[in-house]
Design a protein around this ligand. Structure first.
Ligand code: SF4
Length: 379
């Protein structure tokens, strides 16, 4: 896998807010968008003037949000062109854009394709309109399917589908249908995440008030297992706990994060990791734009990661990858000379949650279902 430096660009606008979402995003407002794009352009220019970044080769640009595809294609390509002029993009750099069905048509997709976007990530989540409606998605499954085929017609050959399990009222049969559909349309990449009830979201509130029921833990585990088995059987590589790719189509941008490589985040609330320091921008778009205009930087805070923090992060991120961590890194992270000296590791190996394979420590099939708990035990 190539090592690299990633560039993330945050577009904090959506058509409406999904009931489970706690991301830094707001209902779109055309006047605010124009100003925000000016802020992005200024931040890109300011960042590129820093020596440490100017000379870096960027392997991936990722437009995330929010819903980047809600903007006009010319606005998105304008930002991308600005990045190309300000930074050095590797030949063949991955340029990803998050898309929501219902926000793209053929003409927009053509402009994105011709402008250099190479990968689209589509938020589908489920194929039952009743479930999409219940979680507040602003699209139907037929819109999602239509968007997918328009992308193919345009020429996009690297498409991810985001799917979710553990939704209110979702049965294993519903999830099975969703997986069947995803496999049948034939994307290059699938992300399958379990719903997380974030405090303060309408879904969290509805659950607390007993208005909605969620699949129990056992059912969620069955759903996860179904995703792993079905996608693998359809020749997807299961390369990260929740991510599956056709050979050659792993998401380079997410690999930057999982392999603990450096990245620069542009836009409201975006995080960066550079020279051992993690820092973040002003969260609200208005504060972000104000900070750039008044202070010449949008950075609102950050910290130098201690050796301890770095070790924990390498462990958490590295073990999420099915390839795991090489034994030497693993020993270094745990601060042991010999794996047999760690009771925790010996127990997890003996119980079949971890395994040693080809000089690497990996989470086993059995461990996948409890990966987060395993990692916590090791820290
Ligand atoms: S589309 Fe994505 S970012 Fe926007 S509200 Fe829904 S989940 Fe949140």
């Amino acid at each position: 896998m190539r090592s690299g430096f990633g560039l993330y660009i945050h577009i904090p606008y959506c058509l409406s807010r999904c009931h489970y979402c706690d991301f830094n995003t707001y209902r779109i407002d055309a006047a605010a968008v124009e100003q925000y794009l000016e802020g992005l352009a200024q931040e890109i220019t300011l960042r590129a003037s820093a020596m440490a970044i100017r000379d870096r080769q960027i392997c991936s640009v990722f437009f995330g949000g929010g819903t980047p595809s809600i903007l006009h294609a010319s606005q998105l390509i304008g930002i991308l062109d600005h990045c190309r002029a300000a930074f050095t993009l590797e030949d063949g750099a991955e340029v990803s854009l998050e898309v929501n069905p219902g926000t793209v048509d053929l003409s927009k997709l053509r402009t994105l394709w011709e402008g250099g976007v190479t990968r689209l990530s589509v938020g589908v989540q489920a194929v039952q309109d009743r479930l999409l409606h219940r979680i507040g998605r602003a699209h139907t499954i037929s819109e999602a399917e239509r968007a997918f085929w328009l992308m193919r017609e345009t020429g996009f050959s690297n498409i991810n589908l985001d799917l979710m399990f553990g939704l209110p009222g979702q049965s294993t049969g519903d999830w099975s249908e969703t997986l069947d559909w995803a496999i049948s349309v034939g994307p290059e990449h699938v992300s399958a995440y379990g719903l997380i009830l974030e405090e303060g979201t309408p879904l969290h509130q509805a659950h607390r008030q007993g208005e909605i029921g969620l699949p129990d833990e056992e059912t969620e585990a069955v759903m996860y297992r179904m995703a792993v088995d079905r996608l693998r059987a359809a020749d997807f590589e299961h390369y990260e706990i929740s991510n599956f790719a056709r050979p050659g189509f792993r998401c380079r941008h997410n690999l930057v994060y999982w392999q603990h490589q450096e990245y620069l985040g542009i836009g409201a609330g975006a995080y960066s990791y550079l020279a051992g320091r993690r820092f973040f921008n002003e969260l609200l778009p208005a504060s972000y734009m104000g900070a750039i205009a008044e202070r010449g930087t949008a950075v609102a805070g950050g910290e130098q990661l201690s050796a301890e923090m770095l070790r924990s992060e390498r462990l958490m991120l590295g073990l999420r990858l099915r390839a795991g961590l090489d034994v030497e890194t693993f020993k270094d992270v745990l601060g042991v000379e010999d794996l047999s000296a760690s009771d925790r590791v010996v127990r997890l190996l003996d119980d079949g949650f971890l395994r040693l394979q080809g000089g690497r420590v990996q989470i086993t099939e059995r461990g996948l279902l409890v990966a987060n708990e395993l990692i916590v035990q090791l820290l």
